[in-house]
Ligand binder design. Structure first.
Ligand SMILES: [Zn+2]
Length: 361
């Protein structure tokens, strides 16, 4: 895929509205983008399956995974004032929520702009200036003045999803994207770019790109995709939080323009060590930069894939600064190197190599 085409795809992917349980807009965009490269199916949970066109029955399967949802919110109830009481979907911290511009999808499917309301400083007590309210006490204002107006005129009520509203930009000077929901639109974009690289090519393994739903609320979609695909090998394409702005250099394990991050541990996952080392060796051979990471927080779909079917699974993470906040930076070159590494694994994989990952000697 040409650089310009990849940049336009990633901007569109980032701008799409998709949060856990409400992934349809992005799933639609993804399936349209990938339809000439793969046979596409979508299940009732909105998981999408993109099977490489050259797949043949009876061969072992490599499952790629990326997730379609991003952190967002859902309307819990409308307050008497007309303001919306909301509940987070996925891992938010309250520091990143106030004054956020959002779009609420109403009952008619229209997007209504709104803001996470904050009291003007003029009215704040000294104590209020120095404390942050709990999320349960925050509200979203769409400009309404009563509960009736919000429900009857704006058509917003319990269950309506709420999305972060930020437009993605690409800066050619520094090679960085700046926008929202890079977790995990960059993984999804990488999956498309990998299928594009392999277009028309015979590989030893069948390849299925699974775009799973509801990752941010507990890897739910990936359990379903893995049971369906029954992979022999897993490649998770994630967008991983960069630590290079606040961690000393000796401890920093995910940074912009340092290549994809290969995950050695997080709270959900410990990979097959032989496969993990194989991937690092392959990156060295191909002169692809990468970092390895041992994390004491976080989790990702690799856990569901690995534990559901016992297939050796690697997590290739594209570094994202300020993940799970409304504004993120990601480097084009890291995206490109993640695509190169995953493509190299698929091209290099044989049944003998695969068997070697579970042999002891
Ligand atoms: Zn993610």
């Amino acid at each position: 895929m040409q650089k310009e085409q990849a940049i336009e795809m990633m901007k569109a992917f980032s701008d799409a509205n998709s949060t856990s349980g409400f992934e349809e807009e992005f799933v639609k965009l993804f399936t349209e983008t990938v339809k000439d490269l793969a046979d596409v199916e979508v299940d009732g949970m909105l998981n999408a399956y993109a099977a490489k066109k050259e797949n043949k029955p009876g061969r072992p399967v490599i499952q790629m995974d990326a997730h379609s949802d991003s952190v967002g919110f859902i309307t819990q109830a409308v307050r008497p004032s007309g303001m919306i009481k909301f509940v987070p979907l996925g891992g938010w911290v309250k520091y990143n929520i106030p004054a956020l511009r959002v779009r609420v999808r109403n009952r008619d499917g229209e997007y209504i702009p709104g803001v996470v309301a904050t009291k003007p400083p003029h009215f704040m007590t000294q104590a209020e200036r120095n404390t942050l309210p709990e999320v349960a006490d925050m509200s979203i204002d769409v400009g309404s003045s009563s509960r009736e107006e919000t429900i009857n005129d704006y058509k917003i009520d319990t269950g309506c999803p709420i999305f972060v509203d930020v437009k993605c930009e690409y800066n050619d000077k520094n090679g960085l994207f700046f926008g929202k929901d890079f977790d995990d639109r960059f993984g999804a974009g990488a999956m498309v770019a990998i299928l594009d690289e392999l277009k028309g090519e015979e590989t030893n393994f069948n390849v299925v790109g699974a775009l799973s739903s509801q990752e941010e609320v507990g890897l739910r979609g990936a359990y379903v995709t893995t049971r369906k695909i029954k992979p022999d090998l897993g490649i998770v394409l994630e967008s991983c939080p960069a630590d290079d702005t606040f961690t000393p250099a000796w401890l920093s394990q995910t940074g912009l323009k340092r290549g994809p991050m290969i995950r050695d541990m997080d709270t959900s996952f410990l990979p097959n060590p032989k496969f993990e080392q194989y991937v690092c060796d392959l990156a060295d051979q191909n002169k692809i930069p990468y970092t390895r990471s041992v994390r004491t927080g976080g989790g990702q779909d690799g856990a569901a894939m690995y534990y559901e079917n016992g297939a050796p699974t690697v997590v290739i993470g594209i570094p994202v600064r300020y993940e799970h906040s409304p504004y993120c930076f990601t480097a084009y070159e890291d995206f490109r190197n993640a695509v190169k590494l995953a493509t190299a694994i698929i091209r290099d994989m044989t049944t003998e190599r695969l068997a070697g990952f579970s042999k002891f000697n």
